[in-house]
Design a protein around this ligand. Structure first.
Ligand code: SIN
Length: 323
């Protein structure tokens, strides 16, 4: 293998706004996501012409519609390519809306010792000034970094870790935040400036990872619902979930996005205790956009160990799957 082959990259397309198309170039919101082929996105970035690349379209969706089948195809393709010695890293184009969940899932099941870099855009490919090409170019710079590892999200010049990244703005071209942890680093003119270590990795062959095999073998993720505590909350939603609980889609868990330090309205808490008593796993996260539930001895429910509500929901589903 020569040095050029060892720096081979794989770009996997899944859709999103980065692949979106609008009828007017000045329309940054009324577009259809997941229209432009990933091979065409790659062709829009001249710097990528010099880079040995394999390009695959794994899906072509708006990421709000993410389903287990797409996650399985993506995880399987990522694992296959990571196991190729000549592949230095993987770039995934993805919608911004659930990118944090896909990144968390891939990091949880794979913990790759090579970089898996998800990137995206807030403006469609047809925009007057699309942000996708620069984000894709930055993602490639990260994926080619020799010491890079783990699953990260690259957007607007910042590198976010899979565990911390969250979409916090519906319109800005820099919509992500990594909360108190902050981004792992930034990309400036294809140069990386790191603030924190790369995510944890395991050296084993990726496609043999037991978590991956469990994910690929699943017909469905265990059913975990996400609800909020709020002023004037009652336990009706929980009681309705328990009352309508078909065997085929049995409720296995509930994550409640609690107020402040993971507190839950007394009336909702009573219903959640009822759910717990019937065998449903209940976890509390904080609905605050930053910080985490600070554990204390009087906690009525286990907390999400710092995960946001959406990631806590996915983490509990994966845990119930044995991952
Ligand atoms: C999506 O998540 O697929 C659409 C929204 C976006 O990419 O910004």
């Amino acid at each position: 293998m020569n040095a050029n082959q060892a720096r081979r990259l794989v770009v996997l397309g899944t859709g999103g706004t980065i692949a979106g198309r609008a009828t007017q170039a000045n329309d940054n919101v009324g577009y259809v996501a997941g229209q432009v082929a990933v091979s065409d996105l790659v062709a829009m970035v001249p710097a990528l012409a010099a880079c040995p690349l394999d390009v695959e379209q794994v899906a072509q969706i708006n990421s709000k519609d993410m389903v287990l089948g797409v996650w399985q195809s993506l995880a399987e393709r990522v694992a296959e390519h990571l196991d190729r010695p000549e592949v230095a890293g993987i770039v995934i184009t993805h919608g911004t809306d659930t990118i944090e969940e896909t990144a968390f899932l891939l990091q949880t099941v794979l913990r790759p010792s090579k970089p898996v870099v998800l990137t995206c855009a807030m403006r469609p490919a047809t925009a007057l000034v699309p942000d996708g090409p620069q984000n894709l170019s930055d993602a490639v710079a990260v994926a080619l970094q020799p010491d890079a590892r783990g699953v990260v999200v690259v957007c607007a010049g910042r590198i976010h870790g899979a565990d911390d990244v969250a979409k916090v703005h519906p319109y800005r071209t820099d919509p992500f935040d990594s909360g108190d942890a902050g981004p792992l680093g930034c990309v400036e003119e294809a140069q990386l400036r790191m603030f924190r270590p790369w995510p944890q990795a395991v050296p084993e062959r990726t496609h043999d990872a037991p978590g991956l095999q469990r994910l690929l073998g699943a017909d469905a993720l265990p059913r975990v619902e996400l609800i909020f505590s709020h002023a004037n909350a009652d336990g009706e939603v929980v009681r309705a979930l328990l009352a309508h609980n078909p065997v085929a889609r049995r409720l296995r868990g509930i994550v409640v996005a609690g107020t402040g330090n993971g507190t839950v309205h007394d009336d909702l808490l009573a219903a959640l205790k009822q759910a717990q008593a019937s065998g449903v796993a209940v976890v509390v996260a904080s609905r605050c956009g930053q910080g985490r539930v600070v554990p204390h001895s009087g906690q009525p429910l286990p907390d999400s160990a710092g995960l946001s509500p959406v990631k806590a929901r996915l983490a509990l589903a994966l845990q119930l799957l044995g991952i």
